[in-house]
Design a binder for this molecule. Structure first.
Ligand code: SF4
Length: 331
């Protein structure tokens, strides 16, 4: 494991059995397959891809909220180290206070029958992290202020708030236990565009102030460009390209990344002639195609693509890609 990593992932796979299919034929969803990834402490790491690419399952696996089928998964914040693939129940309890999730939908995530104070306080009480109501209240007030909520807000119920305010309540709830690692799963996708920038700026400010490490999951590359320092692109359970954000946007190597970027015209206004449209649907993870998983939609696919699966190749400046033909395509 790299000593620079808060989270280190090697050959991680997460498979689920589906119901149905008859005896002996239970379909298997290969949601995550052979993922290698390092997340540096204090970074904002973006994970992008279409719906069905496995991003959410990978995020949940890093939180140990889903069982791991195969691979190594390590956590090291300098104070605590966990082998997450083999973590015990007791260790998992402690890990929960260090690794938290911000939910996608601020409307569904908050109980309508609880006050904002009780919603934010709940993780402290469930994990037994405070010794008195006064201490809990102090922690709640502290994190509410960081999330730009005031004392008056704490007495109200969620229905009294706008989408942006509810997401700030969700963020406060996720951060009240003092985590080091936060998975934000499509955390601004349900918000109006005008509110998105507000919440993104808040996340960035809190991340810097509290020295947090974020895995920021999104289908929207323009949002990732705004906030992340490092990006991994995921397709059908695999990472197909990883790079520092600026490098990925300046010179995407994988045809899938290039197609995703082409869908954001404002980012590359002079590139109208090279726009690559993404045709078709992502295949089912119960029945992935042989060879390169992108071959059914890739306009450049050849025989080798249909036979051999490309591995994620380490490139210069930490820019890695999994494509047999990327050099030819770049040239
Ligand atoms: Fe396309 Fe082949 Fe590269 Fe896959 S390996 S992305 S099919 S060119």
């Amino acid at each position: 494991m790299s000593r620079k990593s808060l989270i280190s992932v090697r050959d991680l796979s997460v498979h689920f059995g589906l119901r149905g299919g008859g005896f002996g034929k239970r379909p298997v969803v290969r949601a995550v397959e052979g993922v290698d990834m390092d997340i540096a402490p204090g970074s904002f790491f973006g994970l992008v891809g279409e719906s069905g690419s496995g991003k959410t399952t990978l995020g949940r696996a890093l939180l140990r909220a889903v069982p791991i089928t195969r691979g190594d998964l390590k956590y090291d914040d300098g104070e605590k180290q966990y082998d997450l693939a083999k973590i015990s129940k007791n260790e998992l309890k402690d890990y929960r206070s260090r690794a938290q999730l911000i939910f996608q939908d601020p409307y569904a995530a908050l109980s309508p029958r609880m006050t904002v104070r009780d919603i934010i306080a709940e993780p402290l009480e469930v994990m037994g992290l405070t010794r008195s109501r006064e201490e809990t209240d102090e922690r709640v007030r502290e994190i509410a202020a960081k999330c730009r909520l005031n004392l008056e807000h704490l007495r109200r119920f969620p229905h009294a708030f706008s989408g942006g305010q509810r997401q700030r309540i969700s963020i406060a709830r996720a951060l009240v236990s003092g985590p080091r690692f936060v998975v934000a799963d499509e955390s601004v996708a349900a918000l109006d565009v005008s509110i998105q920038a507000d919440v993104l700026n808040l996340l960035k400010a809190i991340q810097q102030e509290m020295g947090l490490t974020f895995l920021f999951i999104s289908h929207d590359l323009s949002v990732v460009a705004h906030i992340c320092s490092q990006v991994a692109v995921m397709y059908l359970g695999r990472l197909v390209e990883t790079a520092p954000t600026r490098q990925l946007f300046a010179g995407p190597k994988h045809p899938y990344t290039r197609a995703l970027l082409s869908a954001i015209p404002s980012l590359d206004p002079d590139d109208g002639g090279k726009v690559q449209k993404l045709e078709g649907e992502i295949p089912s993870p119960t029945n992935p195609p042989p060879g390169c998983k992108f071959q059914t939609r890739c306009p450049h696919a050849t025989d080798i693509c249909r036979k051999e699966e490309p591995r994620l190749e380490a490139g210069e400046n930490n820019h890695n890609v999994a494509c047999h033909l990327w050099k030819e395509l770049m040239g």
